[in-house]
Design a protein around this ligand. Sequence first.
Ligand SMILES: [Fe+2]
Length: 253
Amino acid sequence: MVEIKNYDNYTYSHSLNVGILSIMLASEMGITRNRLDDIALCALMHDIGKIDVPIEIINKNGPVTDLEFAVIKTHPDKGVERLRKCFNVSREVLQGIQCHHEKIDGSGYPYGYKGNRIPLFGRILAIADVYDALTSHRSYRKAWLPNAAIEYIMAGADTQFDHEMVQLFMRLVCAYPSGTVVKLCDGSIAVVIKNYSENVLRPKLRLLEDGPLGSKGTEVDLFEDTDYLHLTIKSVLGASEDDAFKLPDSIIK
Ligand SMILES: [Fe+2]
């Protein structure tokens, strides 16, 4: 981990986050304690092969060339080589590292494995890896909001990611944490007060202003109340510079 931190701070924090997310997902899957230790090690070390890729390529401010991408694609194998040389790690850990960029439809790298041909740890890491990468700030793009990353992962179920694992992952991540101020499709502004693991995209809200749904303070449950099935969350207030966060006047006063 020290070597990873010395190489690049983003890769270090990304490895820690992927570690946490992978343990959460594996635990939700009912994986035994012994194997949780292994998935933790696998996730923490999944990008160690990047140390052998020039940092200018990893942190390039813009699209990489085909040649540069070819170099990036060597990092799973390079990681395995490093660990195999220095430590006595299990075969399952090595396979997970080797296959964390494989995709269910066979379009990933380095081998283009499909479906269950991709080892279990590789399939777990793939979801955790992409979720953390999308929700992190990079020099070439802003961090995605959790809800956007969740939508992306859901859309990739069965093409990029293992479908059943995506279903379990959706129960663990929070699209709209309590306190998030959202705008609904009918223009209402509300604050998130409760989340449901059964559907992380439809939380319980409290209106921040009087409107068509009721007076300020009215609770609107997007998950449990069928009267609100037509309503969707359109945006998160304060999420972008063009959408400067403005609390309704009624709140400020
Ligand atoms: Fe990677």
